[in-house]
Design a protein around this ligand. Structure first.
Ligand SMILES: Nc1ncnc2c1ncn2[C@@H]1O[C@H](COP(=O)(O)OP(=O)(O)OP(=O)(O)O)[C@@H](O)[C@H]1O
Ligand SMILES: Cc1ncc(C[n+]2csc(CCOP(=O)(O)O)c2C)c(N)n1
Ligand SMILES: [Mg+2]
Length: 358
């Protein structure tokens, strides 16, 4: 069935049924003119981010399940980046009226799975038909006691990142090159289940020739791009003096933090943590892994500063230890990178800028 056959009211009735919340701080959830919440004594954090067809995603290699999942993760990441805990979700969705019902509900399945990971409740939203491209927007409301901003970095602090950087950008590079058949395989994967066990290789185009890439290399990179899991900052927020999540690119986001804190930074390029899979793919394609990591964006890793004496032990949302790596230090004014040979050069604001990139 198409969305116009079910109608706005029919869809809302079903959403309301599927997303009944048990959170006692929600006084009024889906169904009235506005939601009402009474979080306890903590401070309230509010963030919003949108995802637009053709800009943030390509339906040629992205399923609606992936979209829903990533929409929630990208917003949860901004709450974690403030040292908070995501709690409530508001969704705005604009789709063409001839969209298949299955596409719509698959997106809600991705949203639902991500909501379960971050333990957030859907409290409202808006549905709207669009003439052309699809537009998704989410607002996440979070709570926190100790808020970490972009402003608190001090000279002498070390600069840390969680996880590995550039995997998502590398995943996108792979996805863009896949053959039609391989893109179809990816669209049908949820990545959690084991239905991808026998994939073996994916086919992709390199200039005019068809090549294959081992699934074991491609999978973590593609997964990081299509279904990123935001990093919980709970273990970091006790020590961090400033924090930002990496959405537009390591360097551009670092420079935002430096600007807000009124400080400079020195980054050691060979300390930027890169995954083995991303190094391997970059090598195969002749891409510069450091450039991918510095400018790629959509890592949804946390970049934070902390005094030098701190030793971290950070768990991610699945209780595994999350790696953090020191990549440099805060200095007074200059923004510089040091390469392998010790040569210093200016740190350039590489990364994604709407209205300029693409
Ligand atoms: N259209 C807007 N009107 C008012 N404030 C805005 C608007 N767009 C962005 N902002 C504000 O500007 C600041 C920076 O927003 P930005 O979107 O660059 O950050 P971000 O959400 O961390 O980045 P990203 O969108 O890459 O995740 C935030 O305080 C945000 O609320
Ligand atoms: C089809 C397609 N082309 C390009 C990209 C890359 N991209 C789009 S927006 C963005 C920055 C984050 O956005 P925002 O600042 O709005 O949070 C990046 C790195 C993509 N994901 N899909
Ligand atoms: Mg952010």
């Amino acid at each position: 069935m198409k969305l116009h056959q079910i109608g706005e009211l029919g869809l809302l009735k079903e959403i309301r049924k599927r997303f009944k919340s048990t959170d006692s701080s929600i006084i009024i959830g889906i169904g009235d003119d506005a939601a009402a919440i009474t979080p306890q004594k903590e401070k309230i954090l509010v963030t919003t981010d949108m995802m637009n067809e053709g800009i943030h995603f390509d339906l040629g290699f992205t399923s609606s399940f992936h979209l829903g999942f990533k929409l929630v993760s990208a917003n949860a990441s901004d709450i974690f980046a403030m040292g908070g805990r995501p709690r409530y979700l508001v969704l705005n969705i604009a789709m063409k009226k001839d969209t298949e019902e299955e596409f719509f509900w698959d997106m809600y399945k991705g949203i639902f799975d991500a909501m379960n990971i971050y333990r957030v409740s859907l409290i409202g939203g808006d549905l709207c038909s669009s003439k052309n491209d699809m537009v998704l927007s989410a607002t996440v409301i979070g709570t926190g006691n100790k808020i970490i901003t972009r402003c608190g970095a001090c000279v002498g602090d070390k600069i840390y990142v969680t996880g590995t950087i550039g995997d998502s950008a590398c995943g996108l590079e792979i996805l863009k090159r896949l053959t039609y058949e391989s893109k179809e395989i990816i669209k049908n994967l949820e990545f959690w289940s084991n239905n991808h066990k026998n994939i073996g290789v994916l086919e992709y185009w390199n200039n005019e020739s068809k090549n294959t890439i081992d699934w074991n290399i491609a999978k973590p990179l593609i997964k990081r791009h299509l279904m990123p899991i935001a990093r919980d900052s709970l273990d970091i927020s006790n020590y961090a003096t400033s924090m930002i999540d990496i959405s537009d690119g390591l360097f551009i986001d670092l420079l935002r933090l430096c600007d807000e804190s009124n400080v400079g930074a020195k980054i050691y390029l060979d300390k930027i943590p890169l995954s083995d899979e991303m190094k391997k793919f970059a090598e195969i394609m002749g891409l510069d892994p450091i450039h991918l990591a510095a400018s790629g964006g959509e890592d949804y890793e946390l970049l934070f500063t902390a005094p030098p004496e701190i030793k971290f032990k950070i768990r991610n949302l699945k209780s595994k230890i999350l790696k953090t790596t020191c990549i440099g230090e805060i200095i007074e004014k200059d923004r510089v990178v040091i390469d392998k040979s010790g040569k210093e050069s200016a740190l350039k604001a590489e990364g994604y800028r709407h209205f300029e990139t693409g």
